[in-house]
Design a binder for this molecule. Sequence first.
Ligand SMILES: [Cu+2]
Length: 359
Amino acid sequence: MKFTRSGALIFFLSLTVIFSIIVIFPIVSEAQSEQKTFVTHSGSVIQTSGEIIDPVYTTTADPEYTEATVEFDPMKYLREFNYGKVSTLPDGKILREFTIIANDDQVMEVSPGIFFNVWTFNGTVPGPTIRATEGDIVRINFINNGAKEHTMHFHGIHPAEMDGVFEIVGSGGGQFTYEFEAGPVGVHPYHCHVMPLEEHIVRGLYGVFIVDPKESRPAADEMVMVLNGLDMDFDGENNFYAANTIPFYYQHHPIQIKTDELIRIYVVNMVEFDPINNFHLHGNLYKYYPTGTDLVPSFYTDMITLSQTERGIMEFEYTYPGKYLFHAHKVEFSEKGWVGIFLVTDDLEKNNQDIKYGS
Ligand SMILES: [Cu+2]
């Protein structure tokens, strides 16, 4: 029997298909269903192929157990500043008191249909933005209602015992009062400092602490943007990135600002695992104050690079109305959620409609 050229080709292709089915497919499916073993923070040993979003709570022994669901509104968080309960001390100083409650049993829908076990300060990720003026006394009544130990570690200047590292606050209602003078002027992160630190941070125990100068900065439309990442399958790599936790949020819900109005953004990078993050603004440049400690800008740029907990203040105004992107110029991050839109308008009332990206 003699093979034609096309007959030989068909024979060869058939062999390839059969080989794939018998040899390659089982290897690939084995890899896909490969079980990984994790020891969770609570000490339970679980196995997951990575499809289980939250192994800690899917293996909770009590079948009646239901987690509290976190409601988080990135638009509200963006411009929400907490000045605390204000009183004047006998020496004339201003005292600002805050109550911060830590929890670690909450679940948040971080993207449509995707739920994640977040650890929270006052029920949100990030926690509340705490704001004081330089020289004010800040008192934080910290309560740990979580199942793990937690603390609050503020970046800034304060006594050693207020640093939130060695004074571990026990689970199930442990308390600690942090008290220190606000300073220096700038924008600082606060976060839990219990080991394993990476886990306590990536789960969401962080927030922003703003110290205003005594002579306040010029009036502006002020915002807070915490750049964060979410490692959904606990492999030490982020699956989503965002400004203020929810991937793509400000792309689908553009931030409305006015032409010729000064915009001031307090930006803090809390992305773990990836060594750098960055912030690019379209159609404009911003004045940048690293850490916000100086009242004179260091840069006039449209791109800054930030490592873990690096932060600063940006100021800009738009002359021309329209839609402008802001995003990580590390394109992988923007394609996984760290992207948003400023909708710049002469008249906010007239433009109060949904704007579709790309339209
Ligand atoms: Cu913690």
